[in-house]
Every structure is written in structure tokens, then in C-alpha cells.
Design a protein around this ligand. Structure first.
Ligand SMILES: NC(=O)c1ccc[n+]([C@@H]2O[C@H](COP(=O)([O-])OP(=O)(O)OC[C@H]3O[C@@H](n4cnc5c(N)ncnc54)[C@H](O)[C@@H]3O)[C@@H](O)[C@H]2O)c1
Length: 314
């Protein structure tokens, strides 16, 4: 989507942090924004911060509740008449470990961080499609959806899944002029990791465990969410799927990709296996061209001539 002025964005978790950063960046482009959030406190703070703008609408919603999200979308249509950009961004921290016994926190984190993205897409993508004016969907994953975050298994599980869901969505919508991006923030200075200065009197920094002191210290130097919002604007304009903001993760990502490539066996694939992969790769190429700018799989002819590798150039 090259022309953003006048377009309408619906942002979940829009009243704080990265969602609010996107909202500010969109407003700078002359867009209108519906900020959907479940926190009265965050909505009140964001209302104050964006006071004076008549291009903002706040709507209270819980992304884990489909009917609540549906009515938030309907309210946005009543106010702005359209939705062109959907940002499925609401998320919470935590979720517990993979082998821990409790399901409570696990289910809640999956319901919001993954369920919220699925609900938002299934409720609002049909609206964008019906309008027939094109659009863009941005789903917020995390660096924890690329490299694991120790101890936060539910969070990582949801964020890896958001990436898979978004890859599939991108293929489905590419030919309809609706782009899809997946956002992978690293440490970003937001309310998801509150610092002692955010809630005076509630955290005793002097007597906190060293791990927390180190974490707070690191988060004080984290990325400004407005910069993340600007990166999202650029990706929407370029119709780019991957949005990375934190270069400090690059070495580890490269190591991880090397580990995956090194794990492949050396054997020669049988013609049947090559045929399966050729069919799959051809389908992906057909869906994607001339839509997004993905890794375009090699053509069947190239695959016949060379290896069975699905990966190709740009
Ligand atoms: N801040 C980071 O370092 C970081 C890193 C990677 C990914 N992320 C992701 O970025 C997204 C935004 O988080 P943030 O860092 O801006 O945190 P934040 O807490 O500042 O903002 C999240 C917003 O989502 C809202 N929210 C939470 N659950 C909701 C629900 N069920 N329904 C509606 N609204 C809900 C909260 O009220 C809050 O306003 C999340 O998906 C998070 O996982 C953040």
C-alpha cells in the first residue's frame, strides 16, 4: 500500500507501547486510527497523549473474545466507514514453562497472543476483502518467535505460531492486493516490562533480585516504540513481510538457520519426493507473484536441472 493518507487502521493493543507507536506513526501519515484495547488505564493515558487529534477512535475490546472484537470492528466502521490496515498486536507476557503443570496461565497467553491474531484476522480480513480497496495486515510476533525465550514457553509457542499463520495468510491474500507483514520486535520500551519508575512505590529496586535489576537496566536502553511504528509504515509501503527492528539478534538467527540447514540429510531425493516439492513450490510461486516480495521458489525447470531445494533467490 503506497498511499496511506486517509486510510483507516484498526490496532489491537493500540493504547500502549508498540500499538501506540504504530498509531502515532500512522497519524503522522495522515491516517485515521481505531485503538482497540482492554485496559481502561492505557486508554485513558493514550487519550491524553493523542488529545487534539480527531482522527483517533478508542474502543474497548478483548481480543480473546470474538464477539467483543466483532463489535469493536463494527463500531470502527460506524465511525470511520472503512478499515484498510489491521494490526493484530495485543499481547501479554508470561505463560509458564513447557513442562510446568499449570494450564491456566498457558491458556490465557495462547488465547491472547495467538488467538487474538487469529480472531482479528478472521473477523476483519473479510471486511477489508469486501471493500475491494486493498489493504494490509500486520501481525505482531516477537524475536521470541524466531529464537526461543527461556522460561516463557507459552509466549514463544504463540509467537512462533503467529509467524506460521501470517505466512499462510500472506499467500492467501497476495492476489487480492492485501499485503501481510509479520513484526518481530526485540526489546522495546513498553508497559509489557514495567520499570520501577513507571510505577513509583511499587517496586523495590535496591532489594530486587539481580536478574530483575539487569532486566530493568536492559529495558531502559530498549527501542522506542515510535521507531517500531515507523518501521511498520515502511514495511506496509514496500509490501514487505518480515519486519525486524533489533539487529543485535542477527548472529543468533544466522546460527539457528545454519543449524537447520546442517540437519538436512545428504541423500539424493527420489523423483516422487522431488515431484511433491516441485508441485508445492510452484503453487507458492503462483500465489505470490506478483504480490509480496517473498523468497520466490525456483521454477520447476530450475528444480529439474538442479537440486530439490525449495529456496530460491529474491
Ligand atoms: N515490548 C517488547 O519488548 C516486545 C518484544 C517482542 C514482542 N512484543 C509484542 O508486542 C505487542 C505489544 O506489546 P507492548 O510491548 O507494546 O506491550 P504493552 O503492554 O505496552 O501493550 C500491549 C497492549 O495490549 C493490551 N492488551 C493486552 N491483552 C489484551 C486483550 N486481551 N485484548 C485487548 N487488548 C489487550 C494491553 O492493555 C496493552 O495496552 C505484544 O504482542 C507483545 O508480545 C513486545
Amino acid at each position: 500500500m503506497e498511499h496511506l493518507t486517509g486510510k483507516v487502521a484498526f490496532i489491537t493493543g493500540g493504547a500502549s507501547g508498540i500499538g501506540l507507536g504504530m498509531a502515532r506513526a500512522f497519524l503522522d501519515e495522515g491516517m485515521k486510527v481505531a485503538l482497540a484495547d482492554w485496559s481502561d488505564e492505557h486508554i485513558a493515558q493514550a487519550r491524553e497523549r493523542l488529545a487534539g487529534s480527531n482522527a483517533v477512535h478508542f474502543v474497548k475490546t478483548d481480543v480473546a473474545e470474538r464477539e467483543s472484537l466483532r463489535s469493536a470492528a463494527e463500531e470502527t466502521l460506524e465511525v470511520f466507514g472503512r478499515i484498510h490496515v489491521l494490526c493484530n498486536n495485543a499481547g501479554v507476557n508470561g505463560g509458564g514453562t513447557a513442562a510446568g503443570e499449570s494450564f491456566d496461565e498457558w491458556d490465557r497467553v495462547i488465547a491472547i497472543n495467538l488467538g487474538g491474531v487469529i480472531n482479528g484476522t478472521k473477523i476483519i480480513a473479510p471486511i477489508i476483502r469486501r471493500q475491494g480497496e486493498g489493504g494490509h495486515i500486520v501481525n505482531t510476533s516477537s524475536m521470541a518467535g524466531v529464537v526461543p525465550l527461556p522460561g516463557l514457553a507459552a509466549y514463544s509457542t504463540a509467537k512462533y505460531a503467529v509467524r506460521g499463520f501470517s505466512e499462510s495468510l500472506r499467500m492467501q491474500l497476495a492476489k487480492e492486493g492485501i499485503g501481510v507483514s509479520c513484526l518481530f520486535p526485540g526489546a522495546t520500551r513498553t508497559a509489557i516490562v514495567p520499570l520501577p519508575e513507571d510505577r513509583p512505590g511499587t517496586m523495590d529496586e535496591a532489594n530486587a533480585p539481580q536478574f530483575l535489576k539487569d532486566l530493568w537496566d536492559a529495558m531502559r536502553g530498549a527501542i522506542d516504540p515510535y521507531d517500531t511504528g515507523r518501521a511498520v509504515v515502511a514495511a506496509i509501503r514496500e509490501n514487505r513481510f518480515y519486519i525486524f527492528t533489533n539487529r543485535e539478534f542477527l548472529d543468533e538467527v544466522k546460527q539457528r538457520h545454519r543449524e537447520i540447514e546442517d540437519a538436512f540429510p545428504d541423500d539424493e531425493p527420489t523423483p516422487g519426493r522431488v515431484k511433491f516439492e516441485t508441485m508445492r513450490a510452484d503453487m507458492v510461486r503462483d500465489l505470490m507473484a506478483p504480490g509480496n516480495r517473498p523468497v520466490v521458489p525456483r521454477s520447476s525447470a530450475e528444480l529439474d536441472r538442479g537440486s530439490a531445494s525449495p529456496a530460491g533467490g529474491q
